[in-house]
Design a protein around this ligand. Structure first.
Ligand code: CMC
Length: 357
């Protein structure tokens, strides 16, 4: 009851999470048919058919214009804002954007995290923010704004795979939050801002940074087993493992691992990192099976997210923001769907406090 497990709180045409079979379907397409095959813009067109054109080039051009609009906010970055954690600074920047329920608000919300995250990463390194390049795709531009260089085709494909893979995932905590806020007719910007707050927690979108902390603390494959055992003995949760819905391996983990392998040496990242991660994954799964024999705890999306985003040059404090840059498409689509129902979300609680005197 306390976690609303198994409660169906909305009907959606956006995505289906089949936890028993480890299958994710987004707008009638299995994740296998989308990840690594289509761009983020293509998935946005699927998620938002009432708002965006079915023509991907049109979506690409409109999103590019929205990135330019978002970049105007970057000129207002000040030292106080930059001194916040990256996710808090992102939240503060997103809070400055105008609210409403029209297409221009929706597009600005979708574009903004992809502009703000690279700008904040650079500002924290005392580097000048790079303006968006409207000729690039959304993923390519995000990477260009991060590094200042035009990314390789392999890097763009890897980031597209990531953004597509996390674009929507049923009624996860942040998406549910977005729907609740949208149902009050507060506007898409308010819905996204609230969703971002929900995403930030380590039990949801805050896990991939700590996954890298874990890999760093372990250091070498032969240290994985004792480290994992000690963490579980201390009662800690292993980041990147377990899921509320999946009772088998999270299909997104494999999509991202495949993207990492495809990126290969082209990304200029250290393949020993993957060898370490695989050893940690193996030992973690063995230890979790022994510690919780009655509960299936498998690798979730965040484990390989951490490696992929690191390989693409994002620092770990930016991982939650990059997650937001992908999930924001789903948040807006759910907000639109909720507004279309015309129904305020207002469940009941059962009072268990003291009786009135
Ligand atoms: N490491 C160790 N123990 C765990 C883990 C873990 N990663 N996940 C669950 N457990 C334990 C949990 O402590 C509980 O033990 P007990 O019954 O003794 O109290 C048991 O397994 C059952 O867990 P649960 O409370 O039913 O699991 P949940 O459905 O509430 O939790 C979860 C799902 C993702 C919050 C949890 O698995 C977790 O905390 N994982 C680590 C954080 C993480 O990887 N988060 C990213 C989630 S995936 C991204 C997304 O889609 O949002």
């Amino acid at each position: 009851m306390s976690g609303l497990d198994d409660v169906i709180a909305a009907e959606t045409r956006l995505s289906e999470v089949d936890g028993a079979n480890g299958r994710l379907v987004i707008c009638g397409h299995s994740l296998d048919a989308l990840a690594g095959r289509v761009s983020y813009e293509a998935v946005l067109a699927l998620l938002l058919p009432g708002l965006l054109s079915a023509n991907r080039e049109v979506v690409r051009a409109e999103l590019a214009q929205a990135r330019l609009r978002a970049f105007r906010e970057v000129s207002r970055l000040d030292a106080d804002l930059v001194s916040l954690s990256l996710t808090e600074a992102l939240r503060a920047l997103m809070a400055r954007l105008p609210d409403g329920e029209d297409k221009s608000v929706a597009l600005l919300q979708i574009a903004a995290p992809a502009v703000f995250v690279p700008a904040l990463v650079r500002a924290k390194r005392a580097q000048k923010p790079m303006p968006p390049h409207p000729g690039l795709s959304h993923a390519a531009d995000m990477l260009a704004m991060l590094s200042g260089n035009v990314p390789s085709t392999e890097q763009v494909r890897a980031l597209d795979t990531y953004l597509v893979t996390v674009s929507d995932h049923g009624l996860n905590a942040s998406t549910f939050t977005a729907r609740v806020v949208a149902s009050t007719r507060a506007g898409y910007a308010s819905a996204v801002l609230a969703a971002l707050g929900a995403l930030k927690g380590p039990l949801h979108g805050g896990a991939p940074g700590p996954v890298l902390d874990m890999l760093d603390a372990i250091g070498a494959p032969d240290k994985a087993a004792p480290w994992v055992d000690a963490a579980l003995t201390r009662g800690e949760r292993l980041m990147g493992f377990g899921h509320r819905i999946y009772r088998v391996r999270d299909p997104r983990a494999d999509a991202l691992k495949a993207a990492l392998n495809q990126l290969g040496a082209a990304g200029g990242w250290d393949p020993n990192r993957l060898a370490l991660a695989e050893a940690v994954e193996r030992e973690a799964l063995l230890a979790l099976r022994a510690a919780k024999p009655d509960r299936v705890l498998e690798t979730n999306v965040e484990f390989f997210t951490a490696l992929l985003l690191e390989a693409l040059g994002f620092p770990r404090e930016a991982f939650t923001g990059v997650f937001a840059a992908g999930r924001v498409g789903g948040w807006i689509a759910h907000a639109c769907e909720q507004v279309e129902t015309g129904r305020l979300i207002r469940p009941q609680s059962r009072y268990v406090g003291p009786k009135a005197a």
